[in-house]
Design a protein around this ligand. Structure first.
Ligand code: URA
Length: 234
């Protein structure tokens, strides 16, 4: 059992005191009956909730897909700089949102924002082998040797051995690269180790979930269950 006011506050992204006041005003129903007691116990997911005459579908967590723009930090908050969580519209906002995995400030593309730590661990942890696909624009051409070095595991300048990565050359000194870990500046350092500089970097996919083409920079929306399931199919 959980307290009604706590659930209402969390689900509607309002303060606990506003939730209490809405409940006392009779805006909330529990299994079709108005309830006026903020401390009323709710059995989730079995109980049905309503708010101002509309069903309130309880969600334990939110999963938001965003096309991260350049210049925005992958963080929950920052004193002076804009973060991906700042870009989440109020209707999707919740307490404790954070990006599941980091992109550099100048990297664009697919980022998932959630309040579900277990889910984030499952997609970030190198042990889970969820491949992240990036497109990089480089300052030189990818050679066959580089493809082999990436497949065997790049050794970074500090001696770190990376897990095998899939490198596929694209036209005009671009390349697609798939990695299943997320070390600091990893892709830039991997290309650096073979003598190439990265001009632009965009994340195109996490596992089998690709960046929807209609999602403009800074835009986001909730992921469907099917899309979340697609992450684990690579
Ligand atoms: N590798 C990088 O170098 N930067 C990113 O943002 C992501 C992967």
């Amino acid at each position: 059992m959980q307290r009604l006011d706590k659930i209402i506050a969390l689900q509607l992204n309002i303060s606990r005191s506003d939730a209490k006041s809405d409940i006392r005003k009779g805006f909330v129903t529990l299994n079709g009956e108005r309830v006026y007691e903020p401390s009323k116990g709710v059995d989730l997911p079995n109980d049905r909730l309503g708010y101002k005459g509309q069903p309130l579908f309880y969600k334990e967590h939110v999963y938001i897909i965003m096309n991260k723009p350049m210049g925005v930090l992958s963080a929950s908050s920052d004193k002076s700089r804009k973060t991906v969580v700042d870009l989440v519209p109020d209707r999707l906002k919740r307490k404790n949102l954070f990006p599941a995995g980091r992109l550099d400030k100048d990297t664009t593309g697919l980022i998932i924002i959630t309040d579900d730590g277990d889910f984030a661990h499952k997609i970030i942890s190198p042990k889970k082998n969820v491949f992240k696909t990036y497109k990089a624009e480089l300052d030189g051409a990818v050679s066959d040797d580089m493809i082999k070095i990436f497949a065997d595991g790049v050794v970074l300048a500090d001696g770190t051995l990376c897990k095998p990565a899939i490198l596929r050359p694209l036209p005009e000194n671009s390349a697609e690269i798939k990695i299943s870990e997320g070390r600091y500046h990893q892709i830039k350092r991997m290309f650096g180790a073979v003598g190439l500089g990265v001009n632009t970097l965009e994340r195109r996919a996490i596992g089998g979930l690709t960046l929807p083409p209609e999602l403009g920079y800074g835009e986001c929306r909730e992921l469907s269950d099917t899309e979340i399931a697609a992450i684990y199919v690579d």
